[in-house]
Write a protein that binds this ligand. Structure first.
Ligand code: FAD
Length: 506
C-alpha cells in the first residue's frame, strides 16, 4: 500500500524556484481566485461543487490514489457488477437532508434502497456466553440475564424488555467500556426510570421486540440514566439501528464519483500535503508530488483533512486555540472485515439481510445485499467494530485477522469453513489508514454546549485558510456532517472573498 511520507525535510518556504501557484498584485497579495481544496472526500468534493456553482474556480488536491475518502466501496472484481463491500459509510438515515438532497441533485434517487440494519431480520443471530440464539428468541434470553443480575425482581416485564433490547444494540455496536457501563446504568438508574413510564406503546411483536427509538424520542430525559460516554454515543446507536435507513444500490462511492464528475476544476490525486503555513495574506502549502517536494503559494485554501492527519503535519501560523483543538480532537478507531463468498449461504438459513450481534472479536456481521450478478458471489461484512475492539483487530497481521474472524464466526456459520466458500477477503483498519488515522471524530462525554464550542473552534479559519470535514460539523461521523461543514465553509469563504462572486453580485 502506498503510504504518505513523514513530514520531515520540508523545504524552506522562501525557495522561490520551488514555489508555484497564485499570482500576486503590486501589494504582494494573491489575486488568483482559485480556491485550493485539500482532500477529495465528501467534504472537499461538496465544497468544490458548491464553490463552482457560485462561479469560483477550484482545484482539489488529494493525497491518495482514490477519491471518496471514508466513503469506500471495494469491489471483489473488475466489473461494475462485481460484489462489493462498503468499507466506510454504508447507510443514510432518512433525516439526513443534506445527503438526500445531493443524492437527488446527482441523479441517484433511483438507486436508493432500504438499508437493513441490526434487528431488521429476526432470523439473524445474537451471540450469547456459551452459544447463540436467533434474534426472535433474544428478548427472553436477555431478559432472564438481566433479571438474574438484579438484587430484586420487581420490575414489570415491559421494563425488563426495554433493558434487554437496549443491551442487545449496545452490546453489538458500542466498545467494551460502554457495554459495561450500560449494565451498571441499568441496575442503578435506567430500569427505575423506565419503570415509571408507560412502556406498553413501545412493546412490539407480542412482547418479543421493543421500539427503542420511539421510547427515547417520546422520553428524551431517559438518556440521563446513561453515563457518558455511552450517553454521547446513544443517539448514533439508535440511528444505526433505525428502520428508516437507506443505502445506494451499486455502492455509496457513486456519491463521491458523481460529485467529482460535476466538478470542472482539476482533482489532482497523489498530491500529498505535508505542511501548511498560514500567513496573513496567503497560505503556503508544502506538497509531496511524484517524490518531489513542492511549495505552493495560494490565496484561499479549504482544508478538509481529518485533524487526526493534520496534527501529524508541520503547521505554522496557527493560533494556540486552533492547535489545541487539532491536537485534542478525539477519533474513534473502526475496523471492517469483508468476505467474498461463493454464494449468499445465509439465505438458506432464512437470513435475508440485516445483521447479527456476533460478539467476541467480530461484534457485528452484516448480510450485504447482492446488487450485481449472483453468479459472481456475495459479500458478507463479517465484522464491523469500533473502539478497542477495532484496535485489537487492527493490531493483528492481515492473515491473523482473517483467521480470527473466521474462527469466531464459524460456530454461528459453519458453512464458512466449507472448501471454496470463502473466495477472497478484504479488511480496512481505519485507525491505521494513513489518510484518516482514525474512524471518525466523536464528541463522547461532551454536553451540547461543549460540542458546539468544539465545532466552532474546529471550523475557525486561520487567515485565508478555512476548514471543513465531518469533524467541523454538528453531525460528526456522518456524511451529512461532511456536507454540512462544506456548506458552512463555502458561505464563510464567499463572505470574506476579496473578489465579488458573480452570482452573489447579481
Ligand atoms: C467505518 C466507517 C463507517 C461509517 N459509516 C457511515 C454511514 O453508514 N453513514 C454515514 O453517513 N457516514 C458514515 N461514516 C462517516 C463518513 O464516512 C464520514 O463522515 C465522511 O465520509 C467524512 O468525509 P470527509 O470529507 O470529512 O473526510 P474524508 O472522507 O476522510 O476525506 C478526507 C480526504 O483527505 C485525504 N487526505 C488525507 N490526508 C491527506 C494529505 N496529507 N494530503 C492530501 N489529502 C489527504 C483523504 O485521502 C480523503 O480523501 C462512516 C465512517 C467510517 C470510517
Amino acid at each position: 500500500m502506498y503510504r504518505p511520507s513523514p513530514t520531515a525535510g520540508l523545504a524552506p518556504a522562501n525557495v522561490e524556484d520551488q514555489i508555484t501557484g497564485a499570482d500576486s498584485g503590486p501589494d504582494g497579495r494573491s489575486t488568483d481566485r482559485t480556491v485550493v481544496i485539500l482532500g477529495a472526500g465528501i467534504a472537499g468534493l461538496s465544497a468544490a461543487y458548491e464553490l463552482e456553482r457560485l462561479g469560483v474556480p477550484v482545484e482539489v488536491l488529494e493525497g491518495s490514489r482514490r477519491i471518496g475518502g471514508r466513503v469506500y466501496t471495494f469491489r471483489f472484481g473488475d466489473s461494475e457488477d462485481s460484489p462489493f463491500a462498503e468499507l466506510g459509510a454504508m447507510r443514510i438515515p432518512a433525516g439526513h437532508s443534506n445527503t438526500l438532497r445531493y443524492i437527488a441533485e446527482l441523479g441517484l434517487t433511483e438507486e436508493l434502497r432500504s438499508f437493513h440494519s441490526l434487528l431488521a431480520d429476526r432470523n439473524a443471530f445474537l451471540r450469547t456466553d456459551d452459544s447463540y440464539v436467533r434474534l426472535h428468541d433474544a428478548a427472553s434470553r436477555l431478559t432472564t440475564e438481566i433479571r438474574d443480575g438484579l438484587s430484586h425482581n420487581g420490575y414489570r416485564p415491559e421494563t425488563l424488555m426495554f433493558g434487554a433490547w437496549l443491551t442487545l444494540v449496545v452490546d453489538a455496536i458500542a466498545p467494551p467500556d460502554q457495554r459495561q457501563d450500560l449494565r451498571q446504568d441499568l441496575r442503578t438508574r435506567l430500569l427505575d426510570s423506565a419503570e415509571r413510564l408507560n412502556l406498553m406503546p413501545f412493546v412490539r411483536d407480542g412482547g418479543t421486540a421493543f421500539d427503542l427509538h420511539g421510547l427515547f424520542s417520546a422520553h428524551p430525559s431517559l438518556r440521563e440514566g446513561c453515563h457518558n460516554p455511552l450517553r454521547g454515543f446513544l443517539d448514533d446507536i439508535l440511528l444505526e439501528t433505525s428502520t428508516e435507513l437507506f443505502r445506494l444500490r451499486g455502492g455509496m462511492e457513486q456519491l463521491a464519483r458523481r460529485l467529482a464528475w460535476r466538478v470542472q476544476g482539476p482533482i489532482r490525486r497523489q498530491h500529498e500535503v505535508v505542511g501548511i503555513e498560514s500567513r496573513p495574506d496567503e497560505v503556503l502549502l508544502h506538497l509531496r508530488v511524484g517524490g518531489r517536494h513542492v511549495v505552493r503559494r495560494c490565496g484561499e485554501v479549504l482544508c478538509t483533512l481529518p485533524f487526526s492527519v493534520l496534527r501529524e503535519l508541520r503547521l505554522t501560523g496557527f493560533s494556540d486555540d486552533k492547535m489545541q483543538i487539532i491536537n485534542d480532537m478525539q477519533y474513534v478507531p473502526a475496523t471492517k472485515v469483508a468476505l467474498h463468498c461463493r454464494e449468499a449461504f445465509w439465505r438458506r438459513e432464512g437470513i435475508n439481510g440485516g445483521a447479527s450481534s456476533s460478539g467476541g472479536r467480530v461484534r457485528q456481521t452484516y448480510y450485504s445485499p447482492t446488487d450485481g450478478d449472483p453468479a459472481r458471489g456475495a459479500v458478507l461484512l463479517a465484522s464491523y467494530s469500533v473502539g478497542e475492539d477495532a484496535e485489537l483487530l487492527g493490531r493483528m497481521s492481515t492473515a491473523t485477522r482473517y483467521a480470527a474472524i473466521l474462527a469466531d464466526l464459524a460456530s454461528m456459520h459453519p458453512q464458512l469453513l466449507r472448501p471454496g466458500m470463502v473466495l477472497n477477503a478484504k479488511s480496512m483498519v481505519w485507525g491505521q489508514f494513513p489518510w484518516s488515522r482514525g474512524g471518525c471524530s466523536v464528541q463522547w462525554g461532551m454536553d451540547a454546549a461543549a460540542a458546539e464550542e468544539q465545532r466552532q473552534l474546529a471550523q475557525l479559519p486561520q487567515g485565508r485558510l478555512f476548514f471543513a470535514g465531518e469533524h467541523c460539523s454538528s453531525r460528526p461521523a456522518w456524511i451529512d456532517g461532511a456536507i454540512e461543514s462544506a456548506l458552512d465553509a463555502v458561505s464563510r469563504m464567499v463572505l470574506q472573498m476579496p473578489i465579488r462572486v458573480p452570482e452573489l453580485a447579481t
